[in-house]
Write a protein that binds this ligand. Structure first.
Ligand SMILES: [Zn+2]
Length: 464
């Protein structure tokens, strides 16, 4: 099976040119001008942009908060219609289990037969025991070169103290395993939550009041110092505020291998969303919390200048009427997380490229190339090059519409971006050479996604 995409404007993280792309089976076989080859299918992409399929390195297709559990891999086609062909999903360790057994069980019971995009994994530490620290150096053998630890969520099983973070950092560095942290000061949040609730301040908007920017900045700085003491790299997930971003930027400029990402919602939503009446604010409860406008502008500058490395979705699809409502009387009980898998490209294009905040090449870097590198998936994923997987988006920049839950495939009852303008869309998407989105609609099959093992030293690779 071969496909020739003619006359599109190819965008990578470093190039932009008009050319033809030949796909044979699952790979990109040739790129050139006026390629003189035969193909089973020929697509004229004149006036369209051709980009690598996106890599979303922060999704939760399985996460529970109290009694609420997110919608699973049946919603993974939302990635594809949004131009994302690979996700790196967080797999929660089961208490008393090894990470490997936890991953095996997850794949068997939740992923197999359902995943529609390609996928890789990060482990999430729930049980920071000696057995886990001994297992960390072996994780690259099963294609998992990164684990995340939660500094936040005091009292939850997955909360990790500084000793756990430090031991994980020590255990990771020789094997090239990247330690990721959710950086927020758990104790301060716990105190503020209790004080607010005692005063009757229980509405969704107090979620942000209980987690001010400095709880994030403090934990980010602490995590970087712990990494420096362990002489290991560190990656801070979902950076939301100016102060935390500056801590990472300043460490990086000094030569410390400290990195971070931000997420689409922190670039376009803010605390006003949390104040929406009739409990609608609950839709926007995620952690760290949404911030004010000055933080949004600082984050756009940070991704433009490379101080934050990529933009993820932190997709975590709790429903509003079924799950978020558990915190109707107390914001502490609102499940933390929001859907967003489908909208990452739309947000980056409409509110980044179209508003002259980032270039088209920078979009590809943030959306696909760098996340592929961080997770050891590059150059198989994340770029358009001969020999890479034929994960390709044909993007129509003329399309105009509105983001709505009606056209979202994520399987929950709301979109965080409902009613927001969208310019351009993924018109056709190829996953390993197979057309899986046509005219913006999913045309693939349940279970077509494959596991892509990540190589260790993702971050080091990027720096070479
Ligand atoms: Zn997350």
């Amino acid at each position: 099976m071969s496909t020739l995409i003619r006359n599109g404007t190819v965008i990578t993280a470093v190039d932009e040119y008009v050319g033809d792309i030949l796909i044979e089976d699952e790979k990109i076989r040739a790129i050139g001008k006026n390629l003189d080859v035969k193909a089973d299918n020929i697509i004229d992409a004149k006036g369209k942009y051709i980009m690598p399929g996106g890599v979303d390195q922060h999704t939760h297709f399985d996460f529970s908060f109290g009694d609420a559990t997110v919608f699973g891999w049946e919603g993974s086609n939302a990635a594809l219609v949004g131009g994302t062909t690979t996700v790196v999903d967080f797999v929660n360790q089961k208490i008393g289990w090894s990470m490997k057994d936890s991953v095996d069980e997850y794949v068997e019971t939740k992923v197999n037969g359902k995943a529609m995009c390609d996928y890789s994994f990060h482990g999430v530490v729930y049980d920071p025991s000696d057995a886990l620290f001994e297992e960390i150096p072996k994780l690259p053998e099963i294609g998992i070169p990164s684990i995340k630890l939660f500094m936040a969520y005091k009292g939850h099983p997955y909360h990790c103290d500084d000793a756990a973070i430090f031991k994980a950092l020590q255990a990771s560095k020789e094997a090239g395993v990247t330690i990721m942290v959710h950086a927020e000061n758990a104790d301060v949040i716990d105190v503020l939550q209790k004080q607010l609730v005692a005063k009757g301040k229980t509405e969704p908007k107090y979620h942000a009041v209980s987690r001010p920017p400095l709880v994030e900045a403090e934990a980010t700085q602490r995590a970087i110092y712990l990494a420096m003491m362990a002489d290991a790299p560190i990656f801070v997930v979902h950076v939301t505020c100016k102060e935390a971003m500056e801590v990472i930027r300043d460490a990086y400029i000094k030569g410390v291998p400290a990195y971070g990402e931000t997420c689409s919602h922190y670039l376009v939503l803010d605390t006003d969303n949390l104040s929406k009446p009739n409990f609608e604010g609950a839709k926007y409860v995620c952690s760290p919390a949404l911030r004010g406008e000055e933080h949004r502008e600082a984050l756009w500058e940070a991704i433009k200048k490379g101080w934050l490395k990529c933009v993820s979705s932190d997709h975590c699809s709790f429903s509003w009427k079924e799950h978020k409502v558990l915190g109707r009387d107390n914001f502490i009980n609102i499940p933390n997380g929001a859907p967003g898998l489908q909208d990452r490209l739309a947000i980056l294009w409409t509110y980044g490229v179209e508003k002259d905040k980032i270039s088209r090449q920078k979009l590809v870097e943030l959306f696909a190339t760098v996340p592929a590198k961080i997770n050891g998936l590059f150059p198989q994923k994340g770029t358009i090059a001969v020999g890479s997987d034929a994960d390709i988006v044909i993007f129509d920049p003329e399309w105009k519409g509105v983001i709505s839950n009606k056209t979202s495939l994520h399987g929950v009852d709301y979109s965080s971006y409902e009613g927001m303008e969208q310019i351009g869309r993924a018109e056709k998407v190829f996953l390993r050479g197979n057309l899986t989105v046509d005219d913006g609609k999913f045309t693939g099959e349940l279970g077509q996604g494959q596991f892509i093992p990540g190589k260790p030293f993702g971050l080091a690779y990027q720096e070479r």
